[in-house]
Write a protein that binds this ligand. Structure first.
Ligand code: CTP
Length: 401
């Protein structure tokens, strides 16, 4: 059983924190809810008390003899602030201690996870951006807000990620048994590509592949739980959005190339888990190809750009580059050849086949390093392989200084 402090600040998404609280308590965690005074405008103290089974305080003056502002922070295994409003982020960034929650944030030595939610303009304001950068540089886990419908008619980045996804991040953090300094990707920007590209033949048909995006999504989710700022370039993936990542959706290899190159320009690491089509139809029909027109001409294919190889050529100093190689025979030989040809630091060689690789929850792989190393990852959940990849990336980033 872990001790969780759930901070709630005063935004409309406070009602979603009730669901998050239930997820924690149903799993047996000991949760103390610390709302800000303005959060109580949205959800009352009685609701938090009933759902957590504990008294609810907002100020250091409540039950001062227990010194809750010190004790709560010191004894927590994780502090989750959801929603974190612009005002809460500003107060946290400046080290204010004007209510119980901000006091807890100053005394906590465990990982602190912020799930911001606010209107797009407030999220994108230079003041908020600076506060977010300050907090990130101190090693907190800052989830990117989700994109979508906000309180009014507006929509954009600023939504609270789904409670189940926030919970998944917190659970990963707790499972790693971290203290704050173990967030080894804190302050790092990483880009992950996931899924499989689709190359259109006409408006309804495409050349595609069987990649589900699971391995890429596991890489993104585990990087978030280790403190990274994550951009996920997702090609035709149907999975729920992992909390806290910026998602760029693409369809074709050309679109994936453009998105990955743009995001990679400022990234510390890029992991190419997407299955990128090597070829695309030379022409795609703007209208549906009709049966009545008879069998179509054989499809002529032209080569797509090799994104990983291009990243290998243009990468900035110290950037770590990881590719995947799906092989059906001579995996290690094929993987070593790809490593050299593409200029990557690591190639994760997957043997694809029955119940492994595509669409499966499990994976087994050998991670080949440009320095001649190899790490065998036995069959297990895709998160396990993802964490091993990040272990190697972190080592490499630290070696690069
Ligand atoms: N990749 C890429 N752009 C391409 C093809 C592949 O960036 N046009 C990347 C993949 O994301 C993966 C790695 O290169 O990280 C290897 O992909 P794979 O399909 O195994 O290798 P290919 O280079 O396509 O070689 P082959 O199809 O001959 O095995």
């Amino acid at each position: 059983m872990s001790r969780v402090v759930l901070g709630v600040s005063g935004g409309i998404a406070a009602y979603k924190a009730c669901e998050l609280l239930r997820l924690f308590t149903e799993d047996g965690h000991d949760v103390t809810v610390v709302p800000t005074p303005s959060a109580l405008q949205f959800v009352g103290a009685a609701t938090w008390a009933a759902l957590s089974g504990k008294p609810v305080r907002t100020q250091v003056w409540d039950d001062a003899h227990e010194v809750p502002h010190v004790r709560l922070g010191q004894t927590a295994d994780v502090v989750v602030v959801a929603p974190a409003t612009a005002d809460l982020l500003a107060r946290a960034a400046h080290g204010r201690a004007d209510d119980l929650l901000t006091n807890v944030l100053l005394t906590a030595r465990c990982p602190v996870l912020f799930a911001p939610a606010m209107h797009t303009e407030m999220w994108q304001h230079a003041a908020t951006a600076a506060n977010v950068a300050t907090l990130r540089s101190r090693g907190v886990l800052m989830l990117e807000p989700a994109v979508g419908r906000l309180t009014g008619a507006d929509s954009g980045p600023g939504r609270l990620p789904e409670p189940a996804e926030i919970y998944a991040v917190a659970r990963r953090v707790l499972a790693r048994g971290l203290d704050r300094l173990d967030l080894d990707l804190a302050g790092r920007r990483v880009v992950v590509s996931a899924g499989g590209t689709r190359e259109p033949l006409d408006p309804v048909r495409f050349l595609g592949n069987r990649s589900s995006g699971r391995q890429g999504y596991a890489l993104a989710a585990t990087a978030v739980a280790r403190g990274a700022e994550v951009t996920l370039v997702a090609a035709n993936v149907m999975l729920p959005d992992p909390a806290g990542v910026k998602i760029v959706r693409v369809g074709t290899a050309e679109q994936l190339r453009a998105a990955v190159l743009e995001e990679a320009a400022s990234a510390d690491a890029v992991v190419m888990a997407a299955a990128v089509a090597d070829f695309r139809p030379a022409a795609s029909s703007s209208s549906k190809i009709k049966k009545s027109s008879g069998p179509p001409e054989p499809v002529t294919l032209v080569e797509n750009p090799d994104v990983l190889a291009e990243l290998g050529r243009v990468r900035r100093g110290g950037q770590v580059l990881v590719g995947f190689a799906a092989e059906t025979h001579d995996p290690i030989g094929g993987g070593r050849a790809k490593l050299a040809a593409k200029g990557a630091d690591f190639i994760v060689v997957n043997e694809v086949g029955e119940r492994l690789g595509f669409e499966a929850p499990d994976n087994a792989a050998t991670i080949l390093g440009a320095d001649g190393s190899d790490v065998v990852v036995p069959r297990g959940p895709k998160e396990q392989l993802a964490d091993t990849v990040w272990d190697l990336v972190v080592k490499r980033l630290l070696a690069a200084g």
